[in-house]
Design a binder for this molecule. Structure first.
Ligand SMILES: NC(=O)c1ccc[n+]([C@@H]2O[C@H](COP(=O)([O-])OP(=O)(O)OC[C@H]3O[C@@H](n4cnc5c(N)ncnc54)[C@H](OP(=O)(O)O)[C@@H]3O)[C@@H](O)[C@H]2O)c1
Length: 354
């Protein structure tokens, strides 16, 4: 269906809304969506898919029930696929899940990558197509590429990651390998896998880094190092791919209320109880201070939808920024990186002693 055909189809729906329980705001919503549809958004839809669109079913449902939820279905079905195909990794929870649902609402066709059938089913219920993908598995990456087929990709949201906290002295090299396998090697593997399809659509890569990629804290060195690496990879890729028509954007959130914060707190509590010789004496105060910060972050952090909206902007803005810092804490820490190192050390260590 072309953009003009969309206008006709929605033009026919809007007057129906007047006679139903929906109101003029609903009609404005429909009109707004019509107006945001761009010709570029038709990328990747075959003629057969356009003919077989389930829009008709939802329009009939809308007419017979006249409900707002039916209107919602009409809107999401008519707009779905219009902006093109995107992949979001780590979509089971937190920022990834919020992003997958937000992009679906914006009219993207979303492949949401998860690791379990239960998570896949939960997303399917929201109209998002799941993709089974552990980003450290070459076999699953190849299968995901095959599932995508020849569909061009307008966006890849590289979000999946794990956390690992603890003093570097007590972080095993096995744990470091595991962390970097996901947060760094896995992320690059995902990009390499889908670059051909991104080239086909002049798509965008959105890397979810962190303010931790600029500011390294005690007892968070391993995780922070992985996010510094994401930042470096992001900047190199942006410079390598710009002449191929692929833009690369870094998202740098501060604390966001997701499952990762609970995982960090659990790990710090474990360390706090750990009897390893020297751990408590040398790092106990830092671990306690990190626990307090994690606890505060759990209470005061922003909702993942805040990040999802920024990712939506990064994918749809005609000229996106190269990086988006998110949250007041992220801005404060970014400003602190401009201070002399020794001054920042003193500020942080004073906090540990407090
Ligand atoms: N929350 C924050 O405060 C914050 C701040 C800055 C940056 N970030 C970044 O935001 C991103 C999302 O984190 P989040 O806060 O939303 O945490 P989260 O809820 O724990 O989500 C992490 C996601 O990554 C997935 N994942 C982990 N290992 C994977 C693997 N090997 N293959 C595929 N997927 C894997 C997890 O899947 P499973 O459910 O299957 O484990 C989950 O979907 C991460 O890159 C994180 O570093 C978060």
């Amino acid at each position: 269906m072309t953009c003009d055909a969309n206008r006709l189809e929605l033009g026919a729906i809007a007057p129906m809304a007047v006679g139903s329980r929906t109101n003029s705001r609903s009609i404005s919503a429909v009109s707004a969506i019509v107006n945001t549809l761009s010709p570029r958004a038709d990328v990747g839809l075959s003629n057969r898919k356009r003919r077989e669109s389930p829009n008709r079913h939802h329009i009939k449902d809308f007419v017979s029930r006249g409900s707002d939820s039916a209107l919602h279905n009409v809107i999401s079905e008519v707009t779905s696929h219009r902006r093109g195909q995107v992949i979001v990794t780590g979509a089971s929870t937190g920022i990834g899940r919020a992003t997958a649902l937000h992009l679906h609402g914006l009219g993207f066709s979303v492949l949401a990558a998860v690791r379990s059938d239960e998570d896949a089913e939960r997303l399917r219920q929201h109209g998002v197509t799941p993709l089974l993908l552990d980003i450290t598995s070459p076999e699953q990456l190849a299968a995901a590429h095959a599932q995508l087929g020849s569909t061009p990709l307008v966006g890849l949201v590289n979000n999946a990651a794990v956390s690992m906290f603890g003093p570097l002295e007590f972080t095993s090299t096995e744990d470091l390998h595991e962390l970097f396998d996901v947060n760094v090697v896995g992320q690059v593997g995902v990009i390499q896998t889908f670059l051909d399809r991104l080239r086909d659509a002049h798509g965008r890569i959105i890397n979810v880094g962190s303010i931790s990629g600029r500011f390294s804290r005690p007892v968070a060195g391993a995780y922070d190092a992985s996010k510094f690496a994401v930042r470096a990879i992001n900047d190199s890729l942006r410079r390598e791919l710009s002449h191929q028509g692929i833009d690369v954007v870094l998202i740098e959130p501060g604390g966001i209320k997701t499952a990762i914060l609970g995982k960090i707190t659990d790990r710090l509590k474990q360390l706090s109880d750990d009897r390893a010789p020297g751990l408590k004496e040398r790092y106990g105060a830092m671990i306690d201070s990190a626990l307090k910060s994690a606890d505060k972050a759990e209470r005061h952090s922003s909702d993942p939808s805040v990040v999802a909206k920024v990712i939506g902007t990064a994918l749809t803005a005609p000229r996106p920024r190269t990086r988006y810092l998110i949250g007041q804490d992220a801005h404060v820490l970014a400003a602190m990186t401009k201070l002399p190192d020794r001054m920042v050390d003193r500020i942080l260590l004073k906090k540990v002693k407090a």
